[in-house]
Design a binder for this molecule. Sequence first.
Ligand SMILES: [Zn+2]
Ligand SMILES: [Zn+2]
Length: 209
Amino acid sequence: MANAVNLYKYSEERGGFVETKAWACGQCGQVADKNYADTYCCVPEEIRNPPSVCTVCGVTGKYFYKGEFCEYCSFDERIKDGKLKLITFEEVPKNLHMPFSDDDDYFEDMESFVESWIDNHSDDPEVRRPKYLTVNKYGENRLDASDIAYSWLEEAYEDAVEDVTKEATAELQKLLDDWCEKQGIVWYEPTSKVIEIDWSIADAKKESA
Ligand SMILES: [Zn+2]
Ligand SMILES: [Zn+2]
């Protein structure tokens, strides 16, 4: 709750202190704008940021998508909203590696994901099977020559970086690209593409077991 208070503020224009109206937090007395005092300062977290209820499955939590969808249920909404693009297994482009990520693990294909998920969660019936996986792409495997020249010369004389010619930058870029390729280190970055998990693989395994 904000309380109105009077403050004396120095006014350049009037050459002296003038009384002004201000607001202070009703709890701690900190002077603030009314909105801050009313809704933020000393307001408990549960009131300031109340938990949401998922309109699909009913779980409670925080930072839901649009305040309505839990992480689990948000995928369909995000696809509907065009924030995620649903692709089919056949569509996974060549330049995308096939890993599917779950808990920062990467999987070569759908089967290895399903197997690993079953191994890790079979004893916990509470855990819901995810419906989608993110499709990852190769991380940008490049050190940027102009970035490097820039950080090298940042502390040098003014505009030193302008003395590095286009040709010199291209030469360094070639060295860097060759070096990076030689290391053979690859990492993945998530894209906004998702693929539906084929859980029939798991059920088929159960039947054959
Ligand atoms: Zn306060
Ligand atoms: Zn939900």
